[in-house]
Design a protein around this ligand. Sequence first.
Ligand SMILES: *[C@@H]1O[C@H](CO)[C@@H](O)[C@H](O)[C@H]1NC(C)=O
Ligand SMILES: *[C@@H]1O[C@H](CO)[C@@H](O)[C@H](O)[C@H]1NC(C)=O
Ligand SMILES: *[C@@H]1O[C@H](CO)[C@@H](O)[C@H](O)[C@H]1NC(C)=O
Ligand SMILES: *[C@@H]1O[C@H](CO)[C@@H](O)[C@H](O)[C@H]1NC(C)=O
Length: 240
Amino acid sequence: MIARVCICTSFTVYLFNILFILSTIYVDCLSTDAQLCQMCEGAVQNQSAVWSFCQAAEGRIEGRCCFHDAEENILGLDLSNCSLRQVEDLHAAAAAVIIDLSSNPISNMSDFIFQGFNNLSHLILPINLECPGGNTSWDRVDVKDDTRLCEGQRNACNQTGQMSLDCPENSICMPYGPGFSQCSCVHNFHGYKCLREGNFPMLEVLAILCASTVVVSVLLWITQRRKIKDISLLGSPGSW
Ligand SMILES: *[C@@H]1O[C@H](CO)[C@@H](O)[C@H](O)[C@H]1NC(C)=O
Ligand SMILES: *[C@@H]1O[C@H](CO)[C@@H](O)[C@H](O)[C@H]1NC(C)=O
Ligand SMILES: *[C@@H]1O[C@H](CO)[C@@H](O)[C@H](O)[C@H]1NC(C)=O
Ligand SMILES: *[C@@H]1O[C@H](CO)[C@@H](O)[C@H](O)[C@H]1NC(C)=O
């Protein structure tokens, strides 16, 4: 009876921990979305590039963001004229198609900010900044008034020479944002350097997880039981 209670409680604690961690991550994601969209005053500016894009995509505008009706991903982000001096983290907009950072006094920006932005095909920058990944990572680079337009992201895997990665066997090169690529395992391979064949061993992993939970519970039960015995021995001198 005690054993069952112990296993149940420790398992419940375990589950609650996992739920807690997941919910923290979820809330974190939501709040970075909101932070980015509310980062500066006003909404997506009328007649701006992001505004036109959002009209055409029948999206919904919230603050400085354009969302697809059904999805929570940021499709368009308009941070123009926001007095930004630095841009450090845009990962909440990693699925964006269009991003406008023009009319900001940004002095320099790391290419890594756009790592993983596979869908990005329109990027509007202050004129002093180069397109991320350089001109060769884009189909067209235009200068217009005080902005630089980077249009049509090129697939870094198809670049002749420089960037194309030599991927190990059983993997293929995949684009990973302007100027970036990564090696992805082909179907049925996984693990380090894609050397393992077969599907990911989900059952085995679950079995190990369950087994370790049971072992921990049993250990807890044994140690706790000893304590309970000690307490009952200490607590019952009157009955000698
Ligand atoms: C922006 O456009 C909408 C609809 O086209 C209009 O109702 C609104 O007044 C405009 N806002 C500004 C600031 O021009
Ligand atoms: C930028 O924002 C300021 C107020 O914050 C406004 O007066 C100005 O007209 C804006 N400039 C552009 C190009 O939208
Ligand atoms: C921007 O420039 C400053 C000074 O020149 C440097 O310290 C900083 O690391 C640079 N930031 C990025 C993202 O390159
Ligand atoms: C990239 O292209 C733009 C516009 O064609 C040009 O002004 C700029 O100097 C080019 N940058 C480099 C590093 O070649």
